[in-house]
Design a protein. Structure first.
Lengths: 434, 434
């Protein structure tokens, strides 16, 4: 087999065979197929697409390129949840304890990574003492006992995807729905869960701006799950503004804990419940969607969910006093208010700009070596649909210095205030099942 | 400027600016832009095409990436002729002397290269003593005195094209008409001629199989010439079977010399005259096409063209006795006849198979280090439209051994004999002007 023939076949609109896809993924991972042939193939895929069968095979081949985590010593049906990424997305900190409280095991391996804020682990490390370094045995034991544990990611998951994604990033071949779907699903499948609930974001602050593209991506991922026999469901949720009000590390833990204590922050509570309903149903914890929803709501309101969170934090060495009294979580010294320049209704809050402002403050990493400041962040006082008077505070920066002009300017620019009343965007746009 | 943005622009169907194209060509030549970005761009160009303006700019940038030959010390209007390549194509050996005899200078720099037969220089070296190594001054003096000289190619012409072509070859991005046109024209323009006549082949034995594609390629090349202010005309000629009857090195010199002596080998004489008419008209040697055609025909018939060839061979140290008596040209010892298996009309002669058979005999190089045997080759006794009896000779191999099974089999397979009468294909399909 010659790689140039594989490229030409796809370029001409052909359907690649299982053998051709494995030949490519294995050769590329080993380095016998060079980057310049891989990028040409990726561009041909951009234009020609891939069938469900091809995408499924590509994903499997990428999973097989590295380690696959074995969760079999954890009792019960393991459900994983994955978000395609948004600003202010602290949903995992709510669904994790909520699902665990329902008796469904959540075994999460997470990374740090680059971004507007830190990753899951960085956020948890806002809690003093919180520790994600544990042996496989300790991790398994912890999930079996408490139904929830988060460990630092070990192992070499889907290295083919890692290598290919870096290449796609510099060759303008990222924006291909089958390739995006394969990339996300290869990592999820390598993580070993029995079933998967996806939170596919849509809107100005999401990777997929249009509902149509988001739906296509969700369908593709659900098809891949189906192809490999792993039940997968996708919720398409809105990212036309940040989720909730808090962006940062301690900021997000604080807000998640509030929701877990029954506070009604509408978008966070609604989306967390929706995802938890599907996660618990996949695990067979409830017999109907109505029953699941009723019990999970009750869990938020009667303290079961919060208790699961507290147990989890304690089990991983975290200082629970910070959870019992959220004001003890790290908080930088300075608060900088961003006032509205004129009165009107909030029309838009550009999530990417809010995220960038948070990164400027030090909440996220631009490069791998950057240190994260857990105590800095942003609190949105006004969201889409709110009315604001001239001079009234739109948002507050919690910063390490009394002024932070670049972050202030970025955050100010994120808001669009207009003269007409603006509806709150629909939160849940669609549910995609196999 | 970032290369990933250039790729994305083209991928999205945008038109690249002069600056973007130069940034790419210069960066790629220097090595600051890696192969994997270049191949992604080439694939995007494959799908999106390029405007005449973009193709012209790409070509100019590739010309500027290396040396440009300065022919200004040669008196008169210098015309170059280029063929897109076919089997049995010895037209240059006829048009060169024919045009020189009309007083138009032909300053040809040529290479050896890989292929079914040797390159121009290898073929000329069939003549004992023929020497292409000469200083720039000697070359100029020779063209000024005899109107025709062929030198070995020196200088680094269009290195960007060389590098890019090698990459396209292994990334399935060769078949793009603007890229093919730019590649050919960059080398021609770097060669310094004042105007260019292109012989674009079409048919089963050509790079472009369909007349439509051949016409598109011809139009693109003529447009590039126009873009850079170099008059360019293309003749679209047939390559559904080899040109003439001889394939090889000495074989082709022998057949060209015969045409120069007035022998009427119809396709060779007709195509050579057509190309020479346009070359001499570009140089202003005649006042009308009719006058050019009449005088050039006379030149073949009254010995002027042959005399120009003889003078040229002598000036470059070649043994003219071999030209005066063509039987003195090298000829391998063995003749192997290929008989027809059954009676019928010749329907097709697959030029690529004939070329491969010639290469098997040793007429061409498969790798750079192969030695060429000037005396081996193929003589086609029957061409498309001829009737053949069972057992009658279709073609003769001149070989270094009494049997050559692989070449014999290849040549036998090149012929298709059928029961119905077959028309001789049209030789000249079209003329493309700016």
């Amino acid at each position: 087999m010659r790689m140039v023939d594989v490229i030409e076949k796809k370029r001409n609109g052909g359907v690649l065979s299982k053998e051709e896809i494995h030949y490519f993924v294995e050769g590329y991972t080993e380095g016998t197929i060079p980057d310049y042939q891989a990028s040409a193939l990726m561009m041909a895929v951009y234009f020609r697409g891939m069938t469900a069968e091809e995408t499924g095979t590509l994903t499997e081949a990428m999973v097989q390129s590295g380690d696959v985590i074995d969760l079999s010593s954890i009792h019960g049906h393991k459900v994983d949840k994955h978000s395609t990424g948004g600003v202010g997305d602290k949903i995992s900190f709510i669904t994790g304890p909520l699902v665990a409280a329902a008796g469904v095991p959540v075994a999460k391996m997470s990374g740090r990574g680059l971004g507007h804020t830190g990753g899951t682990i960085d956020k948890l490390e806002s809690i003093a003492g919180f520790n994600v370094e544990m042996s496989k045995e300790a991790f398994t034991a912890s999930v079996n006992e408490h139904k929830l544990a988060v460990a630092g990611q070990t192992g070499n998951l889907a290295p083919a995807d890692k290598k290919l994604y870096s290449l796609r990033d510099v060759t303008a071949t990222v924006d291909s729905i089958p390739l995006i779907a394969g990339s996300i699903m290869s990592k999820k499948l390598a993580s070993g869960a029995d079933s998967i609930v996806l939170d596919v974001k849509t809107g100005s602050g999401a990777f997929m701006k249009s509902l149509e593209d988001s739906r296509a991506l969700a369908e593709e991922m659900v098809r891949i799950g189906d192809h490999v026999g792993r039940e997968t469901l996708a919720v398409i949720s809105d990212m036309n503004q940040p989720l909730g009000h808090e962006i940062g590390n301690a900021n997000e833990i604080r807000e998640a804990a509030a929701v877990l204590s029954g506070e009604n922050i509408p978008d966070l509570r609604k989306l967390s419940l929706e995802l938890a309903v599907h996660m618990t149903l996949q695990a067979g914890a409830y017999s109907s969607e109505e029953e699941a929803r009723r019990d999970l709501e009750a869990s938020l309101d009667d303290g079961r969910a919060f208790q699961a969170f507290r147990t989890f934090v304690q089990a991983q060495g975290g200082d629970v006093s910070m959870i019992d009294d959220l004001s003890l979580l790290p908080r930088a010294d300075h608060e900088i208010a961003i006032p509205a320049e004129h009165a009107g209704w909030v029309q838009e809050i550009d999530a990417a700009s809010v995220g960038t402002a948070a990164m400027y403050l030090g909440a996220g990493r631009a490069t791998k070596d950057d240190e994260i400041d857990h105590g800095v962040g942003i609190t949105l006082k006004k969201k889409i649909g709110d009315y604001v008077e001239a001079g009234e505070t739109l948002a507050v920066l919690t910063a390490a210095s009394a002024a932070h002009p670049d972050a202030e300017e970025k955050l100010r620019g994120a808001y669009t205030i207009g003269a007409s009343r603006q509806d709150v965007p629909e939160l849940i746009h669609d549910i995609i099942r196999a």
